[in-house]
Design a protein around this ligand. Sequence first.
Ligand SMILES: NC(=O)c1ccc[n+]([C@@H]2O[C@H](COP(=O)([O-])OP(=O)(O)OC[C@H]3O[C@@H](n4cnc5c(N)ncnc54)[C@H](OP(=O)(O)O)[C@@H]3O)[C@@H](O)[C@H]2O)c1
Length: 280
Amino acid sequence: MTVLVTGATGRVGRGVVAELLRAGVRVRALTRRPESAGLPEGAEVVRGDLENPESLAEALKGVERMYLFPVAETAREVVAMARRAGVRRIVVLSGALAEEEADDEEGGYRAVEVAVQESGLEWTLARPSEFAANWLDYAADIRDKREVRRPFGEAVTRPTHEADIALVAARALVEEGHAGQIYVLAGPEALTVAEQVRLIGEAIGEEVRFVELTPEQARAEWYDPEQGVDHEVIDWLLDLYGTSAGGSGRVPGSDTFERLTGRPPTSFARWAADHAHDFR
Ligand SMILES: NC(=O)c1ccc[n+]([C@@H]2O[C@H](COP(=O)([O-])OP(=O)(O)OC[C@H]3O[C@@H](n4cnc5c(N)ncnc54)[C@H](OP(=O)(O)O)[C@@H]3O)[C@@H](O)[C@H]2O)c1
């Protein structure tokens, strides 16, 4: 059996590749840049771009199962091609926010989910909540200044380890019994943003200062249209971060990971320790 892993160089995708190789499955790993992909030797690395479905024709040959990184704009076309090529099962990397999206919403997670659910193929949806790995966006500030500047320090999230998501996706690809399942994945603890910063500090053995910005300060500091951070993106981020401020978290806990693996999801402290080298 050959499994095509799209988004294979991603934080989750690399884990999916590793888990599948560990399970003894033949892995074809898709990337736009094979020369710099740094994928393991055991995987067959192929070039392709999810934004350009025609580029996937070769990659799909002989593939029976696929891990789909979500690119809403082309999902329908990619899924139709996969079906024609003989793919029988697709596991989608989606997001917990899909819960709040309408089925006909353009550009979100549901667009990808619906494309797969309507395909007639076996499907499993992985809906992780916020990635712990989002903290890597702050790695340079933590390395250089031992500081995180963010609004809503009391916002609560359940950061999810990318390895947990990868493990569940790989299981759904390899094992039977996951067809038609929607797997909501969340970290084991509801932690405030400020607590998460403190735990990153503990992982590197040094204090990391949390500087709480007002939303207005965040607007001014984040605005960087050349990097795609325009007012619309900032509004979206402030809404996302602000919704969980002072509450129990936008995304509730989930027992899915423990049900599937027999152990609790990985703690944020463990995630921070796994990534200490990124923050030192
Ligand atoms: N961040 C969160 O809190 C969160 C929460 C829930 C769900 N999610 C979902 O998870 C995704 C991130 O997953 P991840 O961390 O594993 O991935 P990632 O680290 O963002 O990278 C995914 C890989 O996919 C490829 N890729 C990205 N965009 C592409 C595109 N438009 N067309 C073709 N290839 C593309 C790139 O590989 P190459 O450059 O090698 O081609 C990239 O390395 C998000 O995009 C979101 O959909 C995120």
